[in-house]
Design a protein around this ligand. Sequence first.
Ligand SMILES: *Cc1c(COP(=O)(O)O)cnc(C)c1O
Length: 443
Amino acid sequence: MCAMFLSGLHSFMKTSISQKLFFKAQQLIPGGVNSPVRAFKSVGREPLFIAKARGSKLWDEDGNEFIDYVGSWGPMILGHAHPKVLDAIRKAMVDGTSFGAATRREVEMAELITNIIPSIEMVRMVNSGTEATMSAVRLARAYTGKQKIIKFEGCYHGHADSFLIKAGSGAMTLGVPDSPGVTQSVGNDTLIAQFNDIHSVENLISENHDHIAGLIVEPIVGNMGCIPPQNNFLHRLRDLCSKNNIIFILDEVMTGFRVALGGAQELYGVQPDLTTLGKIIGGGLPVGAYGGKKELMKMIAPSGPVYQAGTLSGNPLAMAAGLTTLSILRSDRKKIYRQLEKYAIQLERGIAAIIKKHNLPLTHNRVGSMFTLFFTQQTVVDYVSAKSSDTRQFARFFNGMLERGMYLPPSQFEAAFLSIAHTEAQMDATLNAAEEILTTIFN
Ligand SMILES: *Cc1c(COP(=O)(O)O)cnc(C)c1O
């Protein structure tokens, strides 16, 4: 498998320790991993086992060093092992790791989030993005007294049953858009529209009049690779939801604190009813959150009847890491988001120049510091155009880059990320490697 993808490129990388670990892991863990995309299946190789990370770099168990463009799938916007985040975790740790009781940091976190994202008047902390989206949809159903939800083909909102219908991310490359184990009745309550196609949403609304509780969308899709909204798509969704008494949920688990401090809603100036958060909000620890209008959030237990709970929710270590990460982002916001933009533009222009110079059939999508190089000539605006990518060519590109020390997301349908620890020199090195590999692939 590997040899096929690597043809024309020499492999110098030692992987014997990762291989041994993977062999053992496969006996003990389904597929040897605790989350599917980590298995590197869609790029035709075995996963690397990561031993250590610092700043913009990763080291695997065999001692290979990489420039990291995954950033734990988004959270590590400050770079790995940021000294202030580690200090905050250490400080929290010595006072005990969990009490299952109310703590000061939870109040500080809620205050910080509601300050940064004005559409969030009240917020509940959970332990993952999956929990956040699942709870937000339950709340939308409870508030409206309606049952159905609208999601978009190829958008990923975690692995709760309602969302595993035409989902993106790992569900896209694994070819299980509809997971076994999800019941037909759950499937019936999830309606699928096309991203960037407002008519597909209008049609669903008119066909299911008075039955749609909520609409959930990734404001900038990350889970089909990076796909920006076009033609005022988000504002038009907002209008449709308002007119039809549908709760408008922006899933900002990936985009929150990433494309701007206040997320995609700040970048595009759009106001959701509910927002879901995750990834960066935990600073590398397992955290999610959902929040929005008081009128809605007051329905959550114990202030209201909609049940949602968590033994470890608001965990002191997780709050310490998240609070510190968000505080740094907020206090240095101008400098941080300007720098991320600058390096992302350097990469984007470099790739554009390579595409032009060698006349390559590629499309580069980017918003802020999230981006994807699609192996298709089509403009990528939705699921169908994303799927026109040549995933075998992507796999060769991925493997070639990995051999040269660039750790990209191991799937065509995932966004890559920058952190503030990345450097101009790393962008140059990455572009040089990319040109070499792309010209090999298309020769
Ligand atoms: C990652 C992601 C989720 C799921 O978050 P987990 O913490 O992995 O459960 C939900 N929505 C979006 C947009 C995501 O990118």
